[in-house]
Design a protein around this ligand. Structure first.
Ligand code: ZN
Length: 527
């Protein structure tokens, strides 16, 4: 006799609390309630998809009705009649309602009629309402009446990805548990375990890739593994995983991003086309570009390179917007192309990347590129030009990166010393001039000492006395150091005495919010 094929996700759905991955706090609290027989009448499990809400709800239902549960333990026995019925999806006392397809008042009215009937086998009748936020207003009202006076033998578990759409009146009746996204380590660990159980060989890099693309959803991750198994004979490789997931070759993605930042729009589009034709999924491409942009931005913030930071921030903002759009469109290729071209053009306009920055590939340069990328530096006054290729040059161009970041004259001055030195310098100025410069905040940018002013009149008056300050600055930081006066942009207070942590930057925070992730590591990309 052959058993029907079961997806890996169903096959390896946790059957005990000890087998649950992550969600430790919620799991502990729920187990505590089971053990002490203080199970609430209504729960709300909220969190993004694939974080184990329904799995936990079923586990709770099973434990409540298990006939042979060991006292002092929350674990269901998985052997008694009730446990076996739940396991087989045939328990009369466990009613699952998918609110996405049964969202009307009729279903809830039906529920309200039957809710008073005693459980068939176990102690409680458990209702799991999946995607609860999809219920209509009327259905919520009907449900609320039941929640207000629940029969003793009923437990409701509402599961939702959007808790904010649950009416407060309903929310107030529920005990809420928030299910967190799984970390990539947790997902990869579970995949490794499942693969081991199934006797499947998987390259660690492939597991990491699946875990990354699943974005914290265990269901998606295990689903990907399920699809990978038939694709491979023997070991599942990273290349196979990339192909399935539509993830482009990382080297090609690096190149795409470098081209965009260097303003080589035509070349960038050609690379995008190669990625696309190679099966790269556009959502993944946008995400990949976004991640690279974020990494560069973190470095720029860390190095307090205000000019580069502003431009990368703008690029990231465009990409964040694009990311939202790409999810909504069925065929978003044009959107992706248009945004990348715009970022490329703006990069050139800002004098960012010299068009020669990215090594030209064997293929001949595209005529489109020539048309789109105007010569660099045309409309940019020299003062606005950042040190050549600072932080933006492609990986191969290590020399340029180094040269741009280290001031040619003298050693870089640590932030603390800079403020201290500036204070000393102020002390040497005549009182009237000192008054003009007291508001300025010093910052070091390559061979420049940049003075940031918050107010236009300080900014202007101080410049008229640049001659008084310049010699002192050169005496302090070296002959080659020039002075530059800048007005802080609205909202930007200029550099503070404490260098901001990279993760504190608003755009990094915006990216973190958008990706619903967290900064786990700040990596310096100097290559
Ligand atoms: Zn049992």
């Amino acid at each position: 006799m052959t058993t029907p094929y079961q997806t890996l996700y169903r096959k390896y759905r946790s059957q005990t609390f000890s087998d649950l991955v992550g969600q430790e706090a919620s799991s502990r609290a729920i187990q505590g309630a089971i053990i002490s027989d203080r199970v609430s009448h209504a729960y709300l499990f909220s969190g993004t998809r694939g974080t184990g809400k329904t799995t936990t709800a079923r586990l709770l239902a099973k434990a409540i009705n298990c006939a042979q549960r060991t006292p002092g333990s929350a674990e269901p026995c998985n052997r008694c009649e009730s446990c076996r019925q739940v396991g087989a999806g045939a328990a009369l006392d466990l009613i699952e309602i998918d609110a996405a397809s049964n969202r009307g008042i009729d279903e809830i009215r039906d529920l309200r009629e039957k809710v008073n009937l005693a459980p068939a086998l176990g102690r409680k009748k458990v209702y799991i309402i999946d995607e609860a936020h999809m219920l209509t207003g009327d259905a919520f009202n009907a449900l609320l009446k039941t929640l207000e006076e629940p029969p003793e033998h009923v437990v409701f578990i509402l599961c939702t990805t959007e808790a904010s759409k649950i009416p407060l009146t309903v929310l107030g009746r529920c005990q809420q548990f928030v299910f967190r996204r799984f970390t990539e380590e947790q997902v990869a660990g579970r995949l490794r375990w499942i693969a081991g159980q199934e006797g499947i060989e998987v390259e660690p890099e492939a597991l990491a890739l699946v875990a990354h693309v699943a974005e914290g959803s265990m269901r998606d991750a295990v689903g990907f593994l399920d699809q990978l198994v038939p694709m491979s004979e023997g070991t599942i490789t990273a290349a196979q995983a990339r192909e399935l997931l539509g993830v482009a070759d990382p080297a090609l993605m690096d190149r795409l991003f470098d081209l965009v930042l260097a303003g080589q729009a035509g070349e960038a589009l050609a690379t995008l086309a190669r990625i696309y034709e190679g099966g790269g999924e556009l959502r993944q491409v946008v995400r990949g570009v976004m991640e690279r942009c974020r990494d560069r931005l973190v470095v720029a913030v860390e190095r307090r390179d205000a000019g580069l930071r502003a431009r990368l921030s703008a690029a990231l903002e465009s990409l964040l917007h694009l990311d939202g759009e790409v999810r909504r469109h069925a065929e978003p290729r044009f959107l992706v192309e248009a945004t990348l071209v715009r970022i490329a053009v703006e990069a050139v306009g800002a004098g960012l990347g010299p068009p020669a920055a990215v090594p030209t590939p064997p293929a001949k340069p595209s005529p489109v590129g020539a048309g789109l990328a105007p010569p660099a530096h045309v409309s940019t006054p020299p003062a606005e030009t950042p040190p050549a290729g600072a932080g933006l040059a492609p990986p191969a161009d290590a020399q340029a990166v180094g040269a741009g970041l280290a001031p040619p004259a003298g050693e870089p001055v640590p932030a603390g010393d800079l403020v201290e030195g500036w204070q000393r310098l102020l002390g040497q100025l005549p009182p009237k001039v000192k008054g003009l410069f007291r508001e300025a905040r010093p910052d070091r940018e390559g061979s420049k000492l940049v003075l940031w002013f918050r107010y236009g009149f300080h900014h202007q008056n101080a410049q008229e006395h640049a001659g008084d300050v310049q010699p002192l600055v050169q005496g302090w930081l070296g002959e080659a150091v020039s002075l530059e006066f800048r007005l802080s942009e609205a909202g930007e207070q200029g550099p503070t005495s404490r260098p901001p942590a990279p993760e504190e930057h608003p755009f990094v925070q915006a990216a973190v919010r958008k990706l619903e992730g967290k900064v786990t590591r700040v990596r310096e990309i100097s290559r």
